[in-house]
Design a binder for this molecule. Structure first.
Ligand code: ZN
Length: 295
């Protein structure tokens, strides 16, 4: 028995393929066998297969007991995205690509996207349900909610800040929902993530220190519980950045959720020139993103 993914015509070859495995016919295919589908969630609740393939479709039919609430949350997100985006989302086990693209700290998976296509690239053949929910949340913000993304010139110098703003402003939007579904352990994970500061590993990169502390303080204020904010606040004080950080959090909070205005404000606060900076909004209707310069 075969399941045909909806809207499967005109799917392009994956843009990001680097491994042989990724360019196999399976990676390009849009038809999944029932056997393929059964591998997507295992008994431990890990939903993904080792090979690159379209993410699940019609999962209820192959899970006799039905998905767990957490799995259902992933499916709901996926369905919402599929209503807006024609091409299927792929998953791909590719540790080399994942580490090269997302850095050595990546423990599970990250997403890559191009216009209306995306691949969730993972380190191993298992993507925890929470991670899948997390990556799908990023994609929903891009395609469904159409939150703009920043592109800065001079990537050698500006890439870290560009990445930081795009990623963490997304987190500001959807981490509360992630905590709602996955409970205190998800909140603990992000508290730990935001509390670690590079100062313990050699000198702080001055250019990145303020953006890092400022954006983490913003997240702490809105997403974490008061006791969890302590360590982040201490870092701001230790670096003598408390008043600048407070002004940043206040200004960003006032502009939220207007992403374009938040990006402009953040660049000014970080003393990064707006010249050459662009804001890109995905357009799932035409496949052509709207790219505007920041003024
Ligand atoms: Zn993320």
């Amino acid at each position: 028995m075969k399941y045909l993914l909806p809207h499967s015509t005109g799917v392009k070859t994956i843009q990001f393929s680097v491994s042989e495995r990724a360019s196999s016919p399976k990676a390009r295919g849009t038809v999944l066998s029932a056997q393929d589908l059964t591998k997507l969630w295992d008994k431990q609740g890990y939903p993904v297969t080792p090979e690159s393939r379209p993410l699940f479709h019609n999962l209820n039919e192959i899970l006799p007991d039905g998905p767990t609430p957490e799995q259902q949350a992933c499916l709901d997100l996926y369905e919402t995205i599929r209503q807006h985006v024609q091409a299927p989302i792929f998953t791909q086990e590719n540790p080399g690509l994942a580490r090269a693209w997302f850095g050595t700290r990546l423990k599970t998976a990250g997403y890559l996207f191009n216009d209306r296509e995306a691949i969730i690239v993972s380190i191993t053949d298992r993507i925890p349900t929470r991670t899948l929910f997390h990556e799908l949340s990023h994609l929903k913000l891009r395609w469904v909610d159409r939150f703009p993304q920043l592109t800065l010139p001079d990537p050698r110098r500006n890439k870290p800040v560009e990445k930081l703003l795009n990623n963490e402003l997304d987190h500001l939007e959807f981490l509360p929902r992630e905590f709602e579904i996955f409970g205190p352990r998800a909140r603990e994970k992000w508290t730990k993530e935001y509390s670690q500061f590079p100062s313990t590993r050699g000198p702080i990169d001055k250019a990145l220190a303020f953006p890092l502390v400022a954006i983490r303080s913003l997240l702490a204020q809105h997403v974490l519980l008061p006791p969890h904010r302590k360590k982040i606040n201490q870092t701001a004080r230790r670096l003598e950045l408390q008043s600048e950080v407070d002004a940043f959090v206040k200004g960003m909070t006032k502009l939220s959720p207007n992403r374009s205005d938040m990006i402009k404000f953040a660049l000014d606060q970080f003393q990064i020139s707006r010249s050459g900076a662009k804001i890109r909004t995905e357009s799932p209707d035409t496949g052509k993103p709207l790219i505007q310069t920041i003024v």
